[in-house]
Design a protein around this ligand. Structure first.
Ligand code: F7E
Length: 440
């Protein structure tokens, strides 16, 4: 079996040393095609080759024995928390997660992990210092991933104080709790920072040296988080760093973020369950990546020799309009955008949906603009430059293309809507049978 962790370790070491595949082949006395076949996952790497590689690269590549590291994840029930948990469990970590007490179930994304030997959940809240201190004292983590946040930019205009408490002061509470528990020099901390820091952008594309200009209560709170992490790194020599992540999406994305709102609506419209999708600013530009790829980078940031901040992005930019176009196209509904601003519409010009459909949607307006989804100040030009992460962490930003990301999300939502439709039908039939006394 090919060991993907070993391959990652080799790639990281090669990047650090600036060694190409060809040079590595010479160094270990093998043909370059052998190395290409390793990297393509076609053949395994023998232990004798691992030894040769370790000698040539000057560092230990073998995996740590399983179960030696403990991670604590805040925001474990979210999109990123769930993917990161899977990633770390696969690496042999013991994973602890912080969840908030609630009478409604919001653990859908991690339900499949509950009950696993090395997976543990604790009640705590970023707004409650004592609860954080208790969990950190109890779990004594080697790594903390602070992913918890009020993460919706538009919501931050309605709840600015709550956003500041969790997204700004919450970060401080974690840092102080680590110090209070005597883990200042042993616990590494990853802070989920954001491209929203660039806000009203002063440079395109944005890298680690681009000036910040936060443009929402969310971004201002996150800016505090970024700076307090840097401050504790410098003041107390802590290994704490920020990943400045650009938008990252997936089939697990919350349904009010624009990408998921679009893929779900496209699926519902295609299956006759919704007439129209209302959006805000369709000209807004984003650098969208796949969340599953981005959690690997969070981990790589904490495995780096030095604590440093990194931009994580794909380096490719698209508009909201383009995302919608591709999502609908994937289902067989081709859109043409007509009009401008608040009067813009996405009209169906071709309907090649597979399966039986009563009426064609050609000529119908499937997307319209609503002022409800405009923000008091909107960030409209995000485009990340992942050069540093590529060079220093050996991270590959092009693993999942934009088109692939759209297709993963749309296909997931087509299946979800179809399943919901089937369940609704069963329920409807059951109600009818009960009414008619067919089932008792
Ligand atoms: O908006 C525009 C909207 O809400 C993207 C969070 O994870 O990424 C996310 O923040 C763009 C904006 O994400 C609608 O005005 C148009 O320009 O999907 P979004 P976001 O605000 O970029 C960053 C990196 C984070 O850190 C955040 O936590 O799309 N847009 N029409 C719309 N947005 C929404 N939500 N809904 C619309 O109908």
């Amino acid at each position: 079996m090919i060991d993907s962790h070993l391959l990652t370790a080799i790639k990281v070491a090669m990047q650090r040393k600036g060694i190409s595949q060809r040079e590595l082949a010479v160094l270990i006395g093998k043909n370059e095609t052998v190395i290409s076949r390793w990297f393509a996952g076609k053949v395994g790497i023998s232990s004798s080759s691992v030894k040769l590689l370790e000698k040539a690269l000057g560092e230990k590549l073998a995996q740590e024995p399983t179960g030696t590291k403990t991670a604590l994840i805040t925001g474990i029930t979210g999109q990123d928390g769930s993917y990161l948990s899977e990633f770390l469990l696969e690496k042999g970590y013991t994973v602890h997660g912080i969840i908030r007490r609630s009478s409604v179930d919001y653990r859908e994304r991690i339900a499949h992990l509950e009950g696993r030997k090395n997976f543990h959940l604790h009640y705590a809240d970023l707004g409650d210092s004592m609860s954080i201190v208790k969990v950190i004292a109890q779990t004594r983590p080697d790594e903390i991933y602070n992913l918890a946040a009020q993460s919706h930019v538009q919501v931050s205009f309605d709840s600015p104080e709550f956003t500041a408490d969790i997204d700004a002061v919450g970060v401080l509470r974690i840092l102080e709790a680590v110090r209070a528990c005597g883990l200042t020099h042993t616990c590494r901390i990853y802070q989920a920072s954001t491209s929203e820091l660039y806000g009203k952008v002063e440079e395109v594309p944005q890298n680690e040296n681009t000036p910040f200009h936060p443009y929402s209560p969310y971004a201002v709170a996150k800016l505090y988080g970024f700076w307090i992490v840097k401050e504790y790194r410098e003041a107390y020599n802590m290994f704490c760093c920020s990943g400045i992540l650009f938008n990252h999406e997936s089939e697990r994305r919350g349904e009010t973020f624009v990408t998921r709102k679009i893929t779900l609506a496209a699926a519902r419209i295609a299956q006759g369950r919704q007439d129209k999708l209302y959006l805000g600013n369709m000209s807004s530009l984003r650098d969208w990546g796949y969340a599953k790829d981005y959690v690997e980078c969070m981990w790589l940031i904490l495995q780096n020799k030095k604590p440093e901040d990194f931009v994580i992005a794909t380096g490719v930019q698209h508009s909201v309009r383009e995302f919608a176009y591709h999502a609908f196209k994937h289902i067989g509904l081709e859109l043409e955008f007509r009009g401008e601003g608040i009067n813009e519409e996405g009209v169906c010009v071709k309907d090649t949906r597979k399966g039986r459909h009563e009426t064609s949607l050609v000529g119908k307006t499937l997307i319209a603009v609503s002022p409800d989804f405009y923000r008091p100040t909107d960030v409209v030009n995000l485009w990340g430059d992942p050069t540093k992460a590529k060079a220093k962490l050996g991270w590959d930003p092009s693993k999942t293309s934009f088109e692939k990301l759209v297709s993963i999300m749309v296909e997931h939502d087509m299946a979800k809507v179809a399943a919901e439709g089937a369940a609704a039908k069963v329920r409807t039939n059951l109600a009818e049978y009960l009414e008619k006394g067919i089932v008792k």
